[in-house]
Design a binder for this molecule. Sequence first.
Ligand SMILES: [Zn+2]
Length: 463
Amino acid sequence: MSSEVVDTLINGAKIITMDEKRRIYMDGSIAIKGDQIAGIGKRVDIEKKYTATNNIDGRRFVITPGFINGHIHITGDPLTRNYVPDDIYCSPQEKLTKWVMPRYFAHSAEEERVSAQLAALEMLKAGTTCFLEAGTIRHLDSVVEGLNETGIRGRVGSWVTGRAMNPDEDQNQLNEEGIRTLENEVKRYPARKGNLISAWPILIGHSTNSDEIWQAAKTIADHNGLGISAHMSPYQEDPDWFLKEYGRRPIEHLESIGVLGDNVSLTHVAHIDENELNILARTGTNVIFCPLPALKGAFGVTSVGRYPEMTRAGINMLLGTDGYDIDILHSARIVASLFKDIHQDVRHYPVHETLTMLTCNGAKAMGMQDQIGSLEVGKKADFSCHDTDRSEWRPILSLVSQLIWSADGRGIHSVWVDGIRVIDNYRSTMIDEKELMGRVQECGESVIRKSKIPFVSPWPVIR
Ligand SMILES: [Zn+2]
């Protein structure tokens, strides 16, 4: 029998496939042809079936599907990395206007491009191959251009609000402008084959979008086979606002205007009641939990969060990092531990379920379950090689447990996206990292200067 020629063969690796049977190969191989996985299985079988121009010794690697980050601000936060002190005590609204918005609005197009590249590089190096952006990009063209240079896969959206906040704003005009932005971005960056980066109608959410904007986003998503995403209810402020405005809680209101469904992903969803939970389950709406911002921002998830209940109700839950710590394995470890302690029950979010959130659940929420999220023949070659020469992987005994409890993104040696090795030996093969880091420092200092946010330190900093 003559063997099939492929581009690359990685031989003798340990592979966590996340396929339907959740097979784990302790001596496995992957064959890559073009942007896809041509073969995967036991080394002895794959070696017989395929020959490659590029043969890689995989014995050093544990291979996992690329992780999917369901919520990240790739602008605004990366260049101002945790500059705002964690103990600023004020209302969420005041925090937004004094500490968050000035940083976002201080970015030039070039600074947003640099910020997006920094976020993409950091995600890739920590094993995230696909992300859903949070809808806070102000210079979309520059950002898409910058992302395309990095080789990452993602869905992005322009900053769209569109609710008149004071009497001199014209609601109709705001609706028209917002809807035009949503329509334009999905036309400019369509989710076509070969486009790693494309646009979704992503909304800021909370109370910032008018019903017309919500409905337009949902219609655009439905007509183009896309998804929509928005923030909702990290704090009690959102339920309070919706109850005052409509006499209904946020999720109840969104259902009543017809904008929930399995192509909708809501981020945070910390303050919900039983009825809202049932609506999310009934409509198939996805929920993105970002554990680090929840804990750092004192959302109250340990007392009011209903995430295990959501999982039990069959809601598709995935994880996001927001703008804080981009290594999503850190978020996974929090999820795997937090609810065990809260409920004094170790059965909450075992490691296998947690890894499913990072992979299969993420792919499902992004409408890409037939392409990514698991390593199977015909799917995209999007995966990471964890380096077992590092101490946290030794001795190699129980891969999934070690991945969630011992490893993190720093141990990722190589990453493939769409059949291309974008990280090799811990470095990007796509962009000049040293040059980017120089730009990051300049742009970060410039954004902070322009935002006029004060430097706060209880300790003397001597320059
Ligand atoms: Zn966010």
